[in-house]
Design a protein around this ligand. Structure first.
Ligand SMILES: Nc1ncnc2c1ncn2[C@@H]1O[C@H](COP(=O)(O)OP(=O)(O)OP(=O)(O)O)[C@@H](O)[C@H]1O
Length: 901
């Protein structure tokens, strides 16, 4: 490659540093420069013929050996060679003795010596741990010139007293950046420029590097600079936590001194040491003018004079004994040729581009279901720099807290984690409970649909657009599982899941609650119970292999957590902060404030200040086909007994005809049950009332919502399914227009099933009630179904001229003792006061023990039921089932539809 041979004429020859960062521009260093290792690399000599510098400029003659030895000694002292190297050099000099070898032989022997010493190789010298020698110009002496090199990286920095308004400064900075980049392995150095004096012009000649993604657009305003410094400080903190091999060098190049505050922050970075992996090239330092500039750390200071520059002592490797720096004027190097910049950009580009977000495929293991979850679960979630980042559910990080503003990528992050886990662990090792409270489709991925019958075999329960009640049901179910596991562990005499014998092993459970703040909203009984359950699960889950992931836009300001947030969240050591999700980190930590979509701060120390790592995760939504392929692959590999997950779709209506409980009904069972909807629970079980002979076993559906008629239809049809044709009578009273369709459909269905159906208008109802209310022996089971019972009020209120009994009197008598005689009333009242009136007052409420309350205000309902603080929020497509006899109060999805035609 022409560029490489130009910049590194001797690249690849071990132990030889051929001017590497020193030459390359065709100036000086015409001969090989053998480097005595990384510790020495500050000065070398032009037209160089020896290993350690200070050989004469025009070749070495035998008569100059004394001078050589003395210069050599100076070099050794000046550069504080490692003891080993020092000894080697001394032995070599001793070996020369009085009978000095010829110059040629000397060069050869010194070269051999150099060959035994480690030297930085171009493109392969990590600049984070140890400094890299970088040429900045050429010193001039009476004997000739020699290149001047300064240590950079590895905690060493450079300052220049003038700023980039002096053209030489821009040239110097650009050249140094290029040489540093060229010396280090591709992709291990990133450069960020600050140019507040020339609006970024200083970095324009480096444009190819910008395009290649190695150089960031220059920060040109104070706000840009502050943001860049935020990032640099985060980088430094992350580097300090990372293994040395994983560090990436961030080169901050300031073309002029930034404002005092930012200058102080830059200076602080120069004091941070090698582990911070930051190298500062700071021009305009110290700034002219009043005020004291913050002292910079380990930096070589360059002062510009009129025609030359003065180079101060490099940190750790001083030129002088008295701190006066290099005692020779230095001509600073100018810009490298544009094609050199282009060639370097072309070489570094692919590696820089590799730092683009990881692909979904990067998260997956090569083989499926090979991992054991005995001691924990772990998966790759993304990359930090070029390193894969693994997250775990184990003793150290049993539970996770994920936060980010809407659109920050929470769901995508969770999908990445869930698919990563599902690919590693078989369903016998891992079970997933997935709960989503937002409007959206977060977890629809994992459940069978009309288009794709596959499901994630690990998924046990999936809630999509969940109700809070469903969330509570899931938590209760998880607590039951916790208790069950506690029992198993006790029986085996162990305290941890990992200690169970192989034949008693249980899968780990990961329960994800997305938008969990919805579940905990308010301070009602539900929120309080949910908080209690969460706390218990968080506290005990670690030992029983049950792990929680709580995700939210905001983790603060949740009322039900007041005074308890710390106790609960304290159990969540892994914090994932996406953009805007800094609430899960230490309040002083602003690492998440400027994250782009697709990046998150991972903090395994419960959000402790500065302990986070910025990780980039792939966009699972952008890999939908891959996701589907993986899910189908896992589904095909599922065990024979694997069942689809229990799914709750908050947005979906419940239909009687789709309900497995309805399909399972047969004549000849026990007491008939009336199905009215689907319970909001984990199993999605049918909501029903048993209509036995107990007084009051009648059903009132209450509320103006038209679905009331559908509920009645469902109750009637489900009862009919439990009777052979002719065994039961159905009296249908379509009293209100609103229920006419459902009544019609009910009648048609009953008739089609062979049941005798009698239709009643209000007047006929009045008469029938008189018959039915008359005491008599139990007869054929009879169902009186009133569609819009409130519409019959006027007809029922009229007293019979002969008996003086009103229809209401008969109705009340029937409600009181009808069920004992096998007569049950099923009615839809469009308002609770009407029902109360028909019952003869709230104190008769037990005469109708089965209630389905639709859109009835909670206070009104509470009053009727005698439950003052009833926790119920009427909402569309939901109802409250109340059975006064067995004290059941359940949220249900009422059966809808069926009354259309
Ligand atoms: N790693 C990523 N790279 C690129 N785009 C991403 C990445 N992660 C998420 N996105 C995009 O960001 C958008 C929002 O993602 P997502 O739905 O996960 O956000 P969210 O935090 O769950 O938002 P909300 O709370 O509103 O549902 C999506 O369009 C998604 O494709």
């Amino acid at each position: 490659m022409p560029f490489l041979s130009q910049v590194f004429p001797g690249e690849g020859k071990p132990g030889r540093w051929n001017g590497g960062t020193g030459a390359g521009d065709g100036r000086a260093n015409t001969g090989p420069t053998v480097c005595a290792g990384r510790a020495l690399t500050c000065v070398s000599v032009g037209r160089y013929r020896g290993p350690l510098g200070f050989v004469g400029p025009h070749g070495v003659g035998g008569q100059k050996v004394g001078r050589l030895a003395s210069a050599y000694g100076q070099a050794v002292t000046a550069h504080r060679l490692a003891r080993e190297r020092l000894d080697l050099a001394r032995r070599l000099l001793a070996a020369l003795g009085p009978a000095a070898p010829s110059a040629t032989e000397l060069v050869a022997r010194l070269a051999r010596l150099g060959g035994r010493l480690a030297a930085p190789a171009s493109g392969a010298t990590p600049a984070t741990e140890d400094p890299v020698p970088v040429r900045i110009g050429e010193a001039t002496t009476l004997d000739g010139g020699f290149p001047v090199l300064v240590p950079l990286g590895g905690g060493c920095h450079l300052t220049v007293d003038a700023d980039a308004r002096d053209l030489r400064v821009g040239e110097l900075l650009r050249t140094v950046v290029l040489r540093l980049l060229a010396a280090a392995p591709a992709g291990t150095v990133r450069v960020a420029g600050i140019d507040t004096v020339a609006f970024g012009a200083t970095f324009l000649p480096l444009r190819p590097l910008l395009d290649a993604g190695v150089l960031r657009p220059a920060a040109t305003t104070v706000a840009d600079v502050a943001a860049l410094l935020d990032e640099a400080e985060r980088h430094a903190r992350a580097a300090q936590q990372a293994a040395p091999a994983d560090r990436e060098l961030l080169v901050l190049v300031a073309a002029a001194a930034p404002p005092p505050r930012e200058a102080a922050r830059l200076a602080a970075l120069t004091h941070a040491g090698a582990s911070a992996a930051v190298c500062v090239l700071l021009a305009g330092h110290p700034p002219a003018g009043p005020g004291e500039a913050p002292p910079s750390g380990a930096a070589t200071a360059v002062r510009l004079l009129q025609r030359y520059a003065h180079v101060g002592d490099p940190p750790g490797h001083p030129f002088s004994a008295d701190g006066s720096g290099l005692a020779a004027p230095v001509v600073l190097d100018g810009d490298l040729p544009p094609d050199t910049v282009a060639a370097l950009a072309a070489r570094l580009g692919p590696a820089a581009r590799r730092d683009t977000p990881p692909a979904f495929a990067d998260l997956l293991p090569t083989a499926r279901w090979t991992e054991s979850s005995a001691s924990g679960l772990s998966t790759v979630v993304g990359r930090a720099d070029r390193r894969a980042v693994t997250v775990a559910f184990d003793d150290a990080t049993p539970h996770w807290l994920v936060a980010g503003r809407t659109g920050a990528g929470k769901t995508v992050f969770l999908l990445d984690v869930l698919y990563g886990l599902a690919a590693r662990y078989a369903p016998a090792e891992l079970q997933l409970w997935l709960l989503d409270f937002k409007e959206g489709v977060s977890f629809t991925e994992f459940v069978p649909t009309d288009r794709d019958p596959s499901w994630l075999p690990h998924a046990r329960a999936v809630g999509i657009e969940s109700d809070r009640e469903y969330g509570l049901a899931v938590l209760r179910e998880l607590r039951r599982e916790l208790d069950r596991r506690a029992g198993v562990l006790k029986r085996h005499g162990v305290t941890k899941l990992a200690d169970l014998p192989a034949d008693a092993r249980m899968p780990r459970v990961v329960a994800v609650v997305d938008e969990f703040q919805v579940l905990l909203a308010g301070t009602d009984a539900l929120a309080r119970e949910a908080v209690d359950l969460l706390e218990e699960l968080a506290r005990k889950g670690r030992s029983y292999g049950m792990h929680l992931v709580l995700a939210s836009q905001a983790t603060t300001g949740i009322e039900s957590l007041y005074g308890r947030a710390e106790a609960i969240f304290g159990q969540f050591p892994l914090r994932v902060a996406l953009a805007g999700g800094g609430g899960v980190l230490d309040p002083r930590d602003d690492a998440a404030s400027a994250l782009p979509t697709g990046a998150a701060v991972l903090n395994t120390a419960a959000g402790a200040f500065g302990a986070g790592t910025v990780v980039r995760f792939p966009d699972a939504y952008g890999a939908r086909d891959e996701l589907a392929r993986l899910r189908q692959e896992l589904w095909r590999a599922r065990p024979a007994d694997n069942r689809p997950p229990a799914v709750f779709r908050g947005y979906a209506a419940a239909r009687l005809e789709d309900d497995p409980a309805f399909a399972a009904l047969r004549p000849g069972g026990g007491h008939p049950v009336a199905l009215v909807g689907r319970t909001v629970d984990v199993a999605g079980s049918a909501a029903s009332f048993t209509l036995d002979a107990t007084p009051g076993r009648h059903l009132a559906v209450v509320g103006a919502a038209p679905v009331g008629a559908d509920v009645l239809r469902a109750a009637a049809l489900s009862l009919a399914r439990q009777h052979a044709p002719g065994d039961a009578r159905f009296l249908l009273a379509p009293l209100a227009e609103a229920g006419a369709g459902a009544a019609e459909s009910t009648g048609a269905n009953l008739a089609a099933a062979g049941h005798p159906v009698e239709r009643l208008d209000a007047a006929a109802l009045r008469d029938r009630l008189a018959d039915l209310a008359g005491a008599g022996p139990p007869g054929k089971r009879t169902y009186l179904v009133l569609f819009g019972a409130d519409a019959a009020t006027a007809a029922l209120a009229r007293p019979d001229p002969a008996t003086f009994r009103s229809g209401h009197d008969d109705l009340r008598a029937l409600l009181r003792d009808g069920s004992g005689r096998g007569v049950h009333v099923l009615g839809w009242w469009r308002g609770l006061p009407r029902l109360a009136e028909d019952l003869g007052g709230a104190h008769h409420r037990d005469d109708v023990a089965c209630l389905v309350a639709l859109n009835v205000p909670a206070a009104e309902l509470g009053l009727h039921l005698g439950v003052p603080a009833l926790a119920y929020q009427p909402r569309a497509d939901r109802a409250l089932l109340v059975d006064r006899h067995d004290q059941r109060t359940l949220l249900i999805v009422p059966f809808a539809g069926g009354g259309e035609g």
